[in-house]
Design a protein around this ligand. Structure first.
Ligand SMILES: CC(C)(COP(=O)(O)OP(=O)(O)OC[C@H]1O[C@@H](n2cnc3c(N)ncnc32)[C@H](O)[C@@H]1OP(=O)(O)O)[C@@H](O)C(=O)NCCC(=O)NCCS
Length: 183
């Protein structure tokens, strides 16, 4: 093994990636992602800590019921509780208009290494194989360069700019869509 591989481990672009369902033990990962002002800068600001336990409980229930796909990104299968981020596919609605939406987060120590893009590509591949999700929409903030990069490079089509709500806050986002078939 080379000195470089020894020191830094396998290149994350080549390594296996596990997407596993969210679990009750993921509260710390949710806090690190959702209560951090830098992580939430493009998502309307940090969320209150007191909302996290009920949010994890609801997400665990929705994932177990297969209502939503709420996946934690794991880079080392032997340490499944160590989370690099999350990617989620769910049914959202504007009034009576229901649609599939995908969202993602990668923790700061893992950003800029292709992990977000690979996780989104993997979940979209699963969605295509599953066939229930149809057109999948994404709404990254207009200034969120890596998230818009993920959409652009994974074949999403840009429909325009919209005011959208995330966790009760409004912000200006690009509206992207990709077709995963059926739906
Ligand atoms: C957005 C986020 C998920 C990106 O994850 P990531 O693993 O760092 O992104 P990747 O390394 O897979 O890069 C994705 C694309 O963006 C590009 N990119 C990455 N960082 C970038 C940056 N700072 N500026 C411009 N482009 C960037 C990459 O080159 C890649 O595009 P390419 O395939 O054309 O080369 C991560 O930064 C994050 O969680 N941010 C905070 C929360 C958030 O904004 N969530 C998304 C809400 S929609």
């Amino acid at each position: 093994m080379s000195q470089e591989a020894d020191t830094f481990g396998p290149d994350p672009r080549e390594a296996e990636m596990l997407l596993r369902n969210v679990a009750p033990t993921d509260i710390d990962a949710y806090v690190a992602m959702r209560c951090d002002p830098v992580m939430m800068a493009e998502l309307g600001g940090p969320q209150p800590r007191e909302g996290i336990d009920p949010k994890v409980a609801k997400d665990v229930a929705d994932a177990e019921a297969d209502v939503s796909w709420i996946k934690m990104i794991v880079l080392d299968e032997t340490r499944p509780r160590e989370v690099a981020g999350t990617v989620t596919l769910w049914r959202n609605h504007h009034g009576d208009d229901f649609f599939s939406e995908i969202g993602w987060m990668v923790l700061p120590g893992h950003q800029g290494r292709g992990i977000g893009k690979r996780a989104v590509a993997a979940l979209l591949a699963d969605a295509r194989a599953d066939g229930r999700w149809g057109l999948v929409h994404a709404f990254p903030g207009v200034t969120n360069a890596p998230s818009n990069g993920i959409c652009r490079s994974l074949g999403f089509e840009l429909l325009g700019v919209e005011e959208i709500e995330f966790a009760g806050r409004l912000f200006t986002s690009n509206h992207w869509v990709v077709d995963t078939g059926s739906g």
